[in-house]
Design a binder for this molecule. Structure first.
Ligand code: FAD
Length: 329
């Protein structure tokens, strides 16, 4: 019988990735609710230390699937490796974080395992009566939430967005077992070769990692205030600059600054939304922020329904005054 909650513990730069820590946090809660063990699947080359890290972050057992051909993520080799691990361990639930790799891996793996996949989820829980996983995901462009239940197939599989859950706390005193699973990868059968990896250059704090994010929207009416007003303010606060899709679509700022359903998901301590109306699709990317401050000249703007603090006013006046106060601190 399928048993246990397995997390794909993704490795990034030779270490347990940030999203893996979040997924181990999600998995731990599911495993406790089910009374079943939490299993980490660590795929790569030379990942013994990462497996131990997964134990410190809440796993009861870490399964390693090691092979030289798995040194870098590749769709087919990782699908093969995870298929082997899952078929051998037979978990009840399988959780994959939605990093670029997880987003790629999830659907293929679900197909190989002939199981259902709840994709793009923001919350997972266990129904107390049925003991089935309930996966919540946004639908209809973020205007509604659907609950997906995989009734018969196993594992019950979900991909989960990053920044939607608290990461598992590290506890060096935790003990668990590390078990190796042999995986055969026919390197010659891989249809892609990674020639080079180029890291995107970015100045300042990464949007996804920033503790303070200050975003601008269509009310900015052009790029000048993004770079003349918003960016200097963000720099003073050691924060990152974000934008609504409307501002990106206008071509004022690059796509990588977009926050929302089809952009980046951020969960900073402080999110300041300036001249952004608060559409559901935007809030899908920042709604998990600890404190949301809205600056909008329309007192009826929908964003005030989600903001913790609202400032009704013109951003061209509010932001410079705010910046000056922050600079004086
Ligand atoms: P608007 O809705 O036009 O709001 C501008 C606001 O600025 C208004 O509230 C106005 O009162 C205020 N304002 C104007 N001038 C000033 C001033 N001088 N001072 C203060 N306030 C002022 N959107 C996203 O952001 N991210 C996404 O990832 C995303 N994905 C989407 C996916 C789908 C499938 C769909 C259908 C839509 C998506 N959208 C997304 C678009 C979303 O629905 C909204 O259209 C968009 O968020 C609106 O951007 P905005 O708030 O900047 O613009």
């Amino acid at each position: 019988m399928a048993q246990g909650v397995m997390v794909f513990a993704e490795v990034a730069g030779g270490e347990l990735s940030a999203i893996a820590k979040e997924m181990l946090g999600v998995g731990r809660r599911l495993a406790d609710a089910l009374g079943e063990p939490l299993q980490a699947a660590v795929v790569g080359s030379g990942v013994g230390d990462v497996a131990q890290e997964a134990i410190y972050h809440g796993a009861d057992v870490a399964y390693t699937a090691e092979n030289d051909a798995l040194a870098q993520y590749q769709t087919m080799s990782y699908t093969d490796a995870m298929e082997t691990v899952v078929k051998q361990v037979e978990p009840n639930v399988l959780v994959v974080g939605m990093s670029d790799n997880g987003r790629d891996l999830g659907p293929r793996l679900a197909f190989r395992l002939n199981t259902g996949l709840a994709s793009d989820c923001v919350s997972l829980s266990i129904n107390a009566e049925s003991k089935l996983m309930e996966a919540i995901r946004p639908v209809s462009g973020g205007n509604a939430m659907a609950t997906v239940v995989i009734e018969d197939a196993r594992p019950q599989m979900a991909t989960v967005r990053g920044k939607t859950a608290e990461p598992a706390a590290r506890d060096d005193a935790r003990s668990g077992s590390v078990e190796a699973i042999a995986v055969e990868i026919d390197a010659a059968s891989l249809t892609t070769t990674i020639v080079e990896r180029v890291k995107a250059e970015s100045e300042g704090v990464r949007l996804e990692d920033a503790e303070i994010v200050i975003s601008g929207g269509r009310g900015f009416k052009g790029p000048d205030d993004f770079y003349g007003i918003l960016e200097p303010c963000a720099k003073t606060m050691n924060g990152a600059v974000g934008a609504s899709r409307a501002a990106v679509d206008e071509g004022w700022v690059p796509t990588q600054m977009q926050v929302g359903l089809t952009g980046k998901i951020v969960s900073p301590k402080l999110y300041i939304a300036c001249a952004i109306s608060g559409a559901a699709q935007h809030m899908a990317g920042c709604g998990y922020s600890k404190t949301i401050v809205a600056v909008n000249r329309d007192p009826d703007a929908p964003i005030y329904q989600r903001a913790n603090i609202g400032v009704v006013g013109d951003y061209t006046k509010v932001l410079p005054a705010f910046h000056q106060k922050v600079a004086e601190l």
